[in-house]
Write a protein that binds this ligand. Structure first.
Ligand SMILES: Cc1cc2nc3c(=O)[nH]c(=O)nc-3n(C[C@H](O)[C@H](O)[C@H](O)COP(=O)(O)O)c2cc1C
Length: 196
């Protein structure tokens, strides 16, 4: 069976998680396109639960200090001793790409929605951004880890402790000559047809 295709579908299949991301990152105009793509995601009851925080340049290193502090607070609370390697990893995390966007999904003060629906809208925004960046020729990766569930990190990002950090999206150029293997989803293991 021939698969129908166009530029959007090609970007969806082309997107892969890329850990090694280089400069240059997206330009200011491309960044706006990526952010607008996120903002265009669907959400139930049109509460627009999205909140995006952009990190470029030295802001990435500064936020590393927030991540270190949150690790140390977690360690004190949960009674573990982080290694110097773990601390350094937090400090330099956001330096792994020229552009990082933290994607949050917020609870509405008056319109109550199940958490699943708020998170789903945030995840749709994140995926839209990844696809937009892929389409513009950039590599990307969606990361979470402990900081995504950390109260101190949420507060630093300007959201409440009951809101959700959907992920930290990293964007940048691919190493020269690197063309990631496109996604080839195997449908037979995840699709069934309701026969009625
Ligand atoms: C909610 C979510 C959280 C993720 N967190 C991480 C992470 O912390 N570190 C990481 O290396 N990849 C993370 N990933 C990327 C996945 O590992 C990746 O999407 C998966 O391996 C499939 O590979 P693909 O994106 O190339 O299709 C995350 C993906 C999602 C959707």
């Amino acid at each position: 069976m021939r698969t129908q295709t166009n530029a959007v579908i090609q970007a969806i299949f082309k997107r892969r998680s890329i850990g090694r991301l280089r400069t240059p990152g997206p330009s200011e105009a491309e960044l706006i396109t990526i952010l607008r793509s996120g903002a265009a995601a669907p959400d139930h009851k049109v509460t627009r639960p999205f909140w995006f925080v952009v990190f470029e340049g030295k802001a990435r290193g500064e936020f590393g200090e927030v991540l270190v502090e949150s690790l140390l607070n977690r360690a004190a609370k949960e009674n573990f001793q982080p290694t110097s390697g773990q601390i350094e990893k937090e400090r330099t995390k956001f330096m792994r790409a020229p552009l990082v966007i933290a994607v949050m999904a917020l609870r509405h003060s008056e319109i109550e929605l199940p958490a699943q629906e708020i998170i789903s809208a945030g995840a749709a925004a994140a995926q839209n951004m990844l696809i937009a960046a892929t389409s513009l020729g950039y590599g990307s990766i969606w990361r979470t880890g402990s900081p995504a569930y950390d109260r101190d990190v949420k507060i630093a990002l300007g959201v409440g402790e009951d809101d959700f950090i959907i992920g930290f999206l990293y964007f940048g150029s691919l190493d020269e000559g690197v063309e990631p293997e496109p996604n080839k989803p195997e449908l037979s293991s995840i699709v069934s047809v309701w026969e009625g």
